[in-house]
Write a protein that binds this ligand. Structure first.
Ligand SMILES: Nc1ncnc2c1ncn2[C@@H]1O[C@H](COP(=O)(O)OP(=O)(O)OP(=O)(O)O)[C@@H](O)[C@H]1O
Ligand SMILES: [Mg+2]
Length: 184
């Protein structure tokens, strides 16, 4: 079973390829409403309404000469198979927002997976991007963004091995806190 963090990584890679330099990842685990909501928003080059229609229709697009990947259709199918929903809004030259909703307790819902490695992989991408991460588990929140992080690190680049090691333990600690007293 695929981990949801891999879908997140796929979507963020799309954003990076679309030349976004601000990427927002928002995860909400809402036990009360039995929902898991994942949002990825970017300020990249966006899509035209015509393109957007095809992007979510793998049957239509695979029969055409234009290459359309499976990243978004697979993410969409994962959500819809879990009694959920998948929405994309996009504006040419403005940006794109994806919202995937899952029934939290659905038997086919994949686990969130290794979100720490996913964040580190995003931060180690070659492109100059700022990531804004927001994660809520019930009413506990964890937020961080690379703009603040870069200020703290000063001249040390984010990809510096010691910065990465520190960030890894910082993220691990915060996720543990987030899931204390319940959670996945
Ligand atoms: N955030 C985005 N901003 C702009 N265009 C996007 C964005 N996400 C997807 N697209 C467009 O939709 C296409 C299809 O995306 P999708 O993730 O389904 O496949 P892919 O990235 O082409 O290939 P794969 O994910 O299978 O490696 C992309 O090639 C890109 O043109
Ligand atoms: Mg993709």
């Amino acid at each position: 079973m695929r981990e949801l963090s891999l879908h997140i990584l796929d979507a963020v890679q799309n954003s990076i390829e679309a030349d976004a330099n601000r990427i927002y990842v928002k995860i909400r685990e809402d036990f009360g409403r039995d929902k898991l909501i994942i949002e990825i928003e970017d300020n990249g080059k966006g899509m035209t309404p015509e393109f957007l229609k095809e992007v979510l229709d793998p049957f239509k697009t695979t029969r055409k000469t234009r290459h359309v990947g499976l990243g978004l259709p697979l993410f969409s199918a994962a959500a819809k198979n879990c009694n959920g929903d998948f929405k994309i809004t996009s504006k040419k030259d403005k940006g794109t927002k994806i919202t995937a909703t899952f029934q939290y307790s659905h038997i086919d819902r994949a686990p969130l997976g290794d979100i720490v490695s996913t964040i580190l992989a995003i931060l180690c991408s070659d492109k100059e991007i700022d990531l804004f991460y927001h994660h809520q588990v019930d009413n506990k929140k964890f937020e961080f963004n690379t703009q603040k992080l870069k200020k703290i690190l000063g001249n040390i680049p984010l990809a510096n091995i010691n910065a990465i090691k520190w960030l890894k333990s910082y993220l691990k600690y915060n996720f543990k806190e987030l899931y204390k007293n319940g959670g996945v």
